[in-house]
Write a protein that binds this ligand. Structure first.
Ligand code: G4P
Length: 534
C-alpha cells in the first residue's frame, strides 16, 4: 500500500528540529518565541518559562522534583505558516546526558543558538559534533544583539574555526547593545528595524527601509551606522561563502541570522526563512543500506530514547519513537522488528511540555511516546507487519565522566548487578569493567554528571541498594576498533587505562587528550573511535 495524497501532504508539512546551544545562550527564550508566533501559547513564560517549565515539563521522577529540573525531554508541536513543527527539547544544563545526544538523532535539522557576546561555547561544540555526524542541516541564530556583541566578522570566524562549518550570513546586524538598530536583509537588499517590542510578547513593529531611502536611514539608522554597514557589506560580498541550498541541506554550510530572542528582533524573520530552507523528513538508511522514503513507504519508526519509571507506582517505561515513514494509525497492528512481535502500540501519546495527548494518528517526522512493557531497546525499529525494516543503530556516545561504583552492602550483590545492568540497558549510563575483575567492581561512564545522582537515587529507591561512587579522573574514551587485538601488547601512556564494555569490546580511557594521539603513535595501525554503533 502506498501513501495517500493527504498523508504525503501531511509529511511535507513536517519540520522536526532540535535547538542546540550552550546554557544561557537563549534556547528557552527562542523556543518560547517560536511558540508565540505559532499561536501555541499566548504569553511567553506560560509553557517554557523558567519558573513553570522546569516543573511542568515532567514530574516523572522524584529527583526532578527535588532539584527542580527536567531530566527528560519532550517534544513541542505547533503549526506556523504551512508547516507542522516538532521541536525536540534537548535537555541542557546540568541535566545534559546521553539522551540529549540521542534526541539529536531524531531531528531532521538543528537550530544553533549562539550568544553574540560569547561566540561558540563548550556545549555547543559537543552538540554540533553530533549533528555534524548525521549531516543534518544546521541553522545559526546569533542571539542577544541587544547587548554588546563581538565583532560580526569575528563571530563568523569563530564558528568556522571552532566548528569547521562554512557560514553564510543571511542578514547582518547594524550595531549592537544600545546601538543595535536592526538588521540588513542581504537577500531582500533592505534594512529592517524593530520597534515597540515588548518582553514576553510577540508584538513588535518591523520597518523596512530601502538602501536608497536617505531620509529613512537618517532617522532610523543614522549616517555613521549606515556607513559602517556599507563597508561591512562590501567586505562580506567579496569574502563570504555564497548561499547554496544544497550545501545547507548537506550540513556543509550554515545560514546565519542575527537578532534578539528576548526583544523579538529578527526572530520571526529567522523562523520564516529557516522553515523554507529546512527539509521535510528525508529518507533514513536501514541497516542493509536501503534508504526508506518517508513519503512512499508505509509506517516505520525507530526508538531513540527510553524513559523509565515515569510513574513509579506502575514501574512503567515509555519508549520514544521517531516516525520515519508513512502514517501511523492507532487502529493498525505494527511489528517490533527485533522481537518479531506483532502488536498494537499501547497508549501512543504525544508528550507536550505540560500535557500528554493520546494519538490516533501521526506522520513521518512526528515523535510519539509509547508505553513499553519491557520489549523495546534504544535503536529498535517498529514497522508494518509485512515489512522488515531495520534502521541503523544509534551510536553509543563517548561518556565524559567516570566513577568506580561499589555497593555498601555486599550481601545485595544480586540486586546491585540487576539494577545497574537494567539502568545501563535503558541507556542512562554506560558500564565498563576492568580486565580481570568481576561485576562487583564496575566503572560507570556518563555524558552528564547528573546521571551519577540519577543512578545512585534509582538504585536506592528501586532496587534498595546503596552505592559509593568514587570519581575517576578520566575524560577521554576511545573504543578500539581493530579486530582480534591483543590488549596486553598495547603500549599506552602512563595515564591510560584498559577496560571493556558490556559487549566485551575493548576500550581505552585517558586523562589527557594528548595521550590519545601519543598512544596512536606508539601503536601503528591502532584504530580508535569516539562513537560506537550498537
Ligand atoms: P537557555 O535556555 O539557553 O539556557 O537560555 P534562556 O533562554 O533561559 O536565557 C538565558 C538568559 O538570557 C535569560 O535571562 C534570558 O532572559 C536571557 N536572554 C535570552 N535571550 C536574550 C536576548 O536576546 N537578549 C538579552 N539581553 N537577554 C536574553 P535570565 O536573567 O537568566 O532569566 P530571566 O529571569 O530573564 O528569565
Amino acid at each position: 500500500m502506498s501513501n495517500t495524497k493527504e498523508t504525503i501532504s501531511e509529511i511535507n508539512k513536517r519540520r522536526t528540529f532540535a535547538i542546540i546551544s550552550h546554557p544561557d545562550a537563549g534556547k528557552t527564550t527562542l523556543t518560547e518565541k517560536f511558540l508565540l508566533y505559532g499561536g501555541a501559547i499566548n504569553q511567553a513564560g506560560s509553557v517554557k518559562g523558567k519558573a513553570t517549565a522546569k516543573h511542568a515539563v515532567s514530574d516523572w521522577m522524584e529527583i526532578e522534583k527535588q532539584r527542580g529540573i527536567s531530566v527528560t525531554s519532550s517534544v513541542l508541536q505547533f503549526n506556523y505558516e504551512d508547516c507542522c513543527i516538532n521541536i525536540l527539547d534537548t535537555p541542557g544544563h546540568q541535566d545534559f546526558s546521553e539522551d540529549t545526544y540521542r534526541t539529536l538523532m531524531a531531528a531532521d535539522s538543528a537550530v544553533m543558538v549562539i550568544d553574540a557576546s560569547k561566540g561558540v561555547e563548550a556545549q555547543t561544540r559537543k552538540l554540533f559534533k553530533v549533528c555534524a555526524m548525521s549531516h543534518i542541516p544546521i541553522f545559526t541564530f546569533i542571539n542577544k544583539l541587544d547587548r554588546d556583541a563581538m565583532d560580526t566578522f569575528d563571530l563568523l570566524d569563530d564558528i568556522e574555526n571552532n566548528l569547521g562549518i562554512a557560514t553564510c550570513p543571511m542578514n547582518w546586524p547594524i550595531g549592537s547593545g544600545k546601538n543595535f538598530k536592526g538588521i540588513y536583509d542581504r537577500r531582500e537588499g533592505h534594512i529592517v528595524t524593530f520597534s515597540e517590542t515588548q518582553k514576553g510578547t510577540k508584538e513588535g513593529k518591523e520597518t523596512f527601509i530601502s538602501l536608497d531611502d536617505k531620509a529613512g536611514i537618517d532617522s532610523m539608522v543614522g549616517q555613521d551606522a549606515f556607513e559602517k554597514l556599507q563597508s561591512e557589506i562590501e567586505l562580506l560580498d567579496g569574502a563570504g561563502a555564497e548561499y547554496d541550498l544544497e550545501k545547507v541541506r548537506a550540513g556543509e554550510l550554515t545560514p546565519v541570522f542575527f537578532g534578539s530572542a528576548l526583544q523579538n528582533f529578527g526572530v520571526e524573520l529567522f523562523l520564516h526563512h529557516f522553515l523554507k530552507m529546512a527539509t521535510p523528513p528525508t529518507g533514513r538508511t536501514s541497516s542493509d543500506g536501503e534508504v526508506i522514503d518517508p513519503m512512499e513507504r508505509d509506517f516505520s519508526a525507530f526508538v531513540f530514547k527510553i524513559q523509565a519509571n515515569m510513574n513509579k507506582a506502575h514501574r512503567d517505561r515509555v519508549a520514544f519513537m521517531r516516525i520515519c515513514s508513512g502514517r501511523y494509525d492507532a487502529n493498525n497492528e505494527v511489528k517490533h522488528v527485533q522481537s518479531g512481535k506483532v502488536m498494537r502500540l499501547s497508549q501512543p501519546q504525544q508528550l507536550m511540555a505540560d500535557e500528554r495527548k493520546i494519538l490516533s494518528e501521526a506522520y513521518a517526522g512526528d515523535i510519539m511516546g509509547v508505553f513499553d512493557p519491557g520489549i523495546f531497546s534504544i535503536g529498535d525499529t517498529v514497522c508494518m507487519p509485512k515489512d522488515n525494516i531495520v534502521y541503523e543503530g544509534i551510536p553509543t556516545f563517548a561518556p565524559e565522566h567516570f566513577a568506580r561504583v561499589r555497593q555498601v552492602d555486599t550481601m545485595k550483590r544480586k540486586q546491585f548487578v540487576k539494577g545497574i545492568t537494567q539502568i545501563a540497558q535503558e541507556g542512562a549510563i554506560q558500564i565498563f569493567q576492568e580486565y580481570n575483575t568481576g561485576l562487583e567492581e564496575i566503572i560507570v561512564g556518563v555524558v552528564g554528571v547528573l546521571q551519577f545522582d540519577v543512578l545512585k537515587f534509582r538504585l536506592q529507591s528501586e532496587y534498595n541498594v546503596d552505592i559509593i561512587l568514587e570519581n575517576l579522573p578520566y575524560e577521554y574514551i576511545r573504543w578500539v576498533d581493530n579486530e582480534d587485538i591483543d590488549m596486553s601488547s598495547l603500549v599506552g601512556t602512563s595515564d591510560m587505562k584498559k577496560i571493556k564494555d558490556m559487549h566485551d569490546r575493548p576500550l581505552l580511557l585517558f586523562i589527557n587528550e594528548w595521550s590519545v594521539g601519543m598512544t596512536m603513535e606508539r601503536n601503528k595501525g591502532l584504530v580508535l573511535s569516539e562513537f560506537k554503533k550498537n
